[in-house]
Design a protein around this ligand. Structure first.
Ligand code: HEC
Length: 431
């Protein structure tokens, strides 16, 4: 009898994770290893989970449980496969198959879905750690340290077992026009900060109704938003910043000790006096006439706006610009969201296709540079929202599912919206 560990030595030395495979090695001398041609955790599932799930599903992350070991994934095996197969996870609502290709697309491919399905059918096999190789992703650009880090003046005391929307004004001032090349929001307590919407302008929380001022939305697992080289978003001189935080501590016990939060907005800006090559604006395309009767399953809203009309976004210039992305926004009754450009000859260019809306996941979608859409004065921007207002569609508030009621446009979560933030980019020289 050879010592059990001998054969495993080379692999173990190369990959520390192989140590955990030791338990299976003892039988190897007597019975040949089961030569599985099937799908295994280490060879097929782990690389996908590392690339698409661990941004959130780690200890202290925004996901409700870690998925960073075989044991953890195996423990939730059926649930994990179901979340993947139904595309609930990873959160990424836009379907690019007949629309724009998106930067950092998080959707699993159909082939990857098939692997998860087969892995379950074959009994969630662990496999050999030596067969693991990571999915290599493009490196994020090195943007150095932020130039502005802004927080609320005081830490905000959270309440246990509670969900709330709080507007906090940030301690930052902009004596001159400031051009932002990258931004993010760093939650002090990632597990409690569900969303945060940053607005620039009057900056006063009382004025937050003006969606035109929203410049950034944070959500769990968000990465730093880095504009292309030469691009920047303008914060005009005299602006102030406010953030509407959506805090959620519902999974803590009532009366438990919960911390204060003082999350930080980080901005990377151009040096004072420097102007960007291309300016970015976020145009809020709204429908204020929404009306959704009780029981409706096919209510719609939306609208169209000519690119050459006077109602240009702040900064102007959009008729001759480019559309680089869309951030769809609806509330709980939303079913689907589509945004497109209709050319003068009637052809339609898809901007974003969200076939299955989920109001928990308000994401920004940016097109790959090859898929950016040039606009002309004769173009029409079209937005389509669909809703369903049955008993089953209602949001759960404080553990109670609300009953359907006639629903109109409004800011409250019980109201609805059909709002697309269209990200425009135009040449500084065209202004
Ligand atoms: C952007 C952060 C994020 C990413 C990335 C993410 N999750 Fe989640 N996940 C969450 C959050 C938050 C919840 C709890 C709220 C919810 O269910 O939406 C959750 C819930 C779950 C659940 C339990 C609820 C359900 O819907 O079944 C499973 C299982 C799950 N995630 C699996 C995965 C898998 C597998 C991946 C990768 C393929 C993944 N998640 C990627 C944040 C994330």
């Amino acid at each position: 009898m050879q010592p059990a560990g001998t054969n495993a030595q080379p692999a173990g030395a190369a990959d520390p994770a192989a140590d955990s495979g030791g338990a299976g090695v003892s039988g190897m001398q007597d019975t040949p290893p089961a030569t599985s041609t099937g799908v295994t955790y280490h060879a097929d599932i782990r690389p996908v989970i590392e690339a698409r799930c661990l941004g959130c599903h780690v200890e202290g992350g925004s996901g409700p449980f870690p998925l960073d070991t075989y044991e953890a994934v195996d423990a939730f095996g059926g649930l994990v496969v179901d979340a993947v197969m139904t595309r609930r996870m990873p959160p990424w609502l836009a379907d690019s198959s007949n629309c724009r290709k998106l930067k950092h697309d998080q959707r699993l491919t159909d082939d990857q879905l098939a692997l998860f399905e087969q892995w379950m059918a074959e009994g969630f096999e662990e496999g050999d750690p030596a067969t693991y190789s990571p999915i290599v992703e493009a490196q994020a650009p090195d943007i150095g340290e932020p130039t502005i880090v802004a927080t609320a003046a005081r830490p905000y005391q959270l309440r246990a077992n509670y969900e709330e929307y709080v507007c906090l004004e940030l301690d930052a001032s902009f004596p001159e026009d400031t051009y932002v090349t990258a931004m993010d929001l760093v939650p002090e307590h990632e597990e409690f900060v569900h969303h945060a919407i940053v607005s620039s302008g009057s900056g006063r929380c009382s004025a937050l109704g003006t969606v035109a001022e929203n410049i950034y939305s944070h959500r769990p697992g968000a990465r730093t938003l880095v504009f292309e080289e030469g691009d920047a978003l303008l914060i005009p001189a005299g602006s102030q910043l406010a953030v509407e935080f959506h805090y959620n501590t519902l999974f803590t016990e009532r009366g438990a000790d919960v911390p204060t939060d003082q999350s930080a907005l980080r901005l990377w800006t151009l040096p004072a006096g420097q102007t960007p090559q291309r300016v970015i604006t976020r145009y809020p395309f709204h429908d204020l006439t929404i009306s959704i009767p009780v029981g409706a399953t096919d209510a719609t809203a939306g609208g169209s706006v000519g690119m050459g009309t006077a109602s240009s976004p702040p900064g102007g210039g959009w008729a001759t610009g480019e559309i680089i992305g869309v951030t769809p926004h609806m509330h709980a009754l939303g079913k689907s969201f589509n945004e497109l450009v209709r050319k003068a000859d009637g052809t339609e260019v898809c901007l974003i296709d969200v076939p299955d809306w989920d109001w928990e996941w308000q994401l920004d979608y940016f097109f790959t540079e090859e898929d950016v859409v040039q606009t002309e004065r004769s173009d029409t921007l079209i937005q389509r929202c669909a809703y369903s207002n049955t008993a089953a569609d209602q949001p759960v508030v404080d553990g109670v599912q609300q009953s359907p009621s006639f629903t109109r446009f409004g800011q409250d979560s019980a109201d609805e919206m059909c709002l697309g933030y269209v990200w425009f980019r135009y040449n500084w020289s065209d202004l």
